[in-house]
Design a protein around this ligand. Sequence first.
Ligand SMILES: *[C@@H]1O[C@H](CO)[C@@H](O)[C@H](O)[C@H]1NC(C)=O
Ligand SMILES: *[C@@H]1O[C@H](CO)[C@@H](O)[C@H](O)[C@H]1NC(C)=O
Length: 762
Amino acid sequence: MTTEWTLNLKLLFAVTLCGSCLISPVDADQEDWTKRAHDLCSRLSVTEKLSQLNTPAAAVPQEQGFAAFNWWSEALHGINNQQGGGTIFPQPLGLAATFNRALLRHVADIISTEARAFNNRQIAAGGDPRFLNVFSPNINIFRDPRWGRGSETYGEDPYLTSQLGVEYVKGLQGNDSTYLKISATCKHFAAYSLEQEDGITRKAFDAQVSDKDLQETYLPAFEACVREGQAASVMCSYNAVNGVPACANPDLLQTTLREQWGFGGFVVSDCGAVQATWWPHKLTEEEAESQAKCLKAGCDMSCTDYGKLKEALEQKLVDESEIDRALVRSLTIRLRLGMFDPSDAVPYSTIPPSMIGTQDHIEAATEAARQSIVLLKNDKEGADGHALPLTASSLTKVIVVGQPAVQTELLFGNYYGKPAGKVTSPLEAVQAVVGADKVAWQPGPHIVAGNAEGSIDDVVRAAEDADVVLFFAGITMLNERECKATDQAPAWVPFLEGEGLDRHDLNLPASQLDTLQGLAARTDAKIVVILIHGGPLAIEWLQASPKVTAILTAWMPGQGAGAIADVLFGKVSPSGRLPVTFYHANYTQLVKSASMDMAVWPGRTHRYLQEPALYPFGYGLSYTAFEYGSPQLIPARMRRNDMALIEVSICNTGGMAADEVVLLIMSPQETATRKLNTLNLPKQSLRDFERIHLQSGEHSSLQMKLPLEHFSHAVTDSLGRTSVQAIHGLWKVQIGAQSILLWLGPEGLSVAQPEGGQLQMT
Ligand SMILES: *[C@@H]1O[C@H](CO)[C@@H](O)[C@H](O)[C@H]1NC(C)=O
Ligand SMILES: *[C@@H]1O[C@H](CO)[C@@H](O)[C@H](O)[C@H]1NC(C)=O
């Protein structure tokens, strides 16, 4: 069937689309580094070489520079140094809610400064190097809202994740032309996003993923991390991908990563993932054989142990040259970290311990938290305003409810160190604004029913004549196994979500909802809910209840949690946007979490969801108002250019200076040749975003990039081959509530005007 459009098309310019992959340029210095790495490698015995392929790499005493080096450190949102003193930024999902590239770069720059300072302090005290290689960022796609580690990621969108991941890697690795500030690891490669379902654990899970979903959803952030971010390292994941464990997967580790993307760093396994290829993945009969397969496939280092490689070597399952290949790759990075050079040659070796946890760093953590907070609900109250912001001077009694308001470790997320100095709790921050004598705290319910410390009656009694109740609800993540192991979690905190554990539903714990409903039924108190949580919550009752006058999510804000008071009392306007869809509660009954298919009904993430969301991706209210003009295609005429611009004017028409996050969302409307519904395209895609600051009354004109590759999608043909193709046809480009229709044809891109308001099809 032929589709033909009656459109008033103005074809402005011709374009060529480049669908093929570009090989990233080889760094000129890379050859020298590799030469030196080969030389270092040649000085080691086989046993010594093997001792370097594990995350705790042993010292080689007779060779200068070969100190023991633990490649393992974490820096998802701060260095996880248990000795303390570092800065804790918001958990990454909160960082993503800022939609702010520059902020991610700045945060990572501070973290790598602190990492170097910790290292330098340790070296000065005669210790081994540490914190110079980090297993961060986590750039997996938060594809299912139940996933226990979703809060470690930048959310559900491949473009947002790619953009923020690149900034984070660049901030960690620094911009010195010779040395790496620290080395970053993009994890977990690939298609990792499940802890357990139906008794299948993450180490046994075989992710069944279509080529289309790999190309369009699960791989783009890794490609960006390698090509643009130039990450030193990639971590292979626990799961198998289409039957082959990721750490023993030559298609992923060799063909895709090295041959297609030009990756020149090293691959490290997730901790225990090499062992998992043998058990429970049962890749081979003998464990030595599995380890040989990992090494051959391109897993260059094992966290924690490549202990069977010696046996594999003796049995000739691997060759010494393959061991050398793996070792040279990681030694190259070790060299680029400056570990084998005199410290006065390495610029980062002078970063002093006084750079750890500085006032500037703590202020940056607070600013990140401010920008991450998302206002979900803000009821109108009479003619003169909304529930928020609160006016401190008019309050005489404020009740704060909930453990997270006082127990600051509940605000930190996972993989963090001990923060610098004393951390201001949300309660203290509220008291500082309103006056301590006017603010009382109630513990309220613990996060699991039956473990309640404060009863509903206590909370109701306290709230009876209060002006406002600030209720801290949610699911905190100290219930994380690894935190438990390091004694970070108070003993009473139950384990509901985190590494190794996915949720079964998206509801608030019943004890919290009971207490909130008791408050609503038995008092006239105005309730403001502050959510502290990892993944999205199905807060349908909160959304609907007229007694809950405002809801904001602060995610896991880190040590700058005082930012919550800044937003509540209007020192700043909330400006964060949801980097994940908040689904209705029934979502978890509709789709199995083990299904990797993005289009599985009712659809995963904002790109595929067919049902209404409770709060959609990109949602977030402000205290001020922004008006958008009609988007324009710029320039009106250009020839053979692959970059169009969309210009839009934005005016702050409200009464308060504020940040605004501007999202450019594209959706295919109709295609020129094949029927749209046969192409299985995402219904919408985020293609650009900016954060701007406007004073009250100020307006600004913003140009957003629209390269023609943004009109492309992965398409699978009738033979099952998948390729990225330009989709010719009608597209809607949406910015705020405004949109423009564009037509992409073989001749180029133009503004499309439906004739008589109606598109005709024959
Ligand atoms: C390199 O990074 C530092 C620290 O972020 C920054 O101050 C400096 O301007 C950067 N230099 C270049 C050339 O980008
Ligand atoms: C899920 O719940 C929402 C809200 O109640 C409703 O709109 C939607 O139709 C439900 N979906 C299904 C498939 O039942």
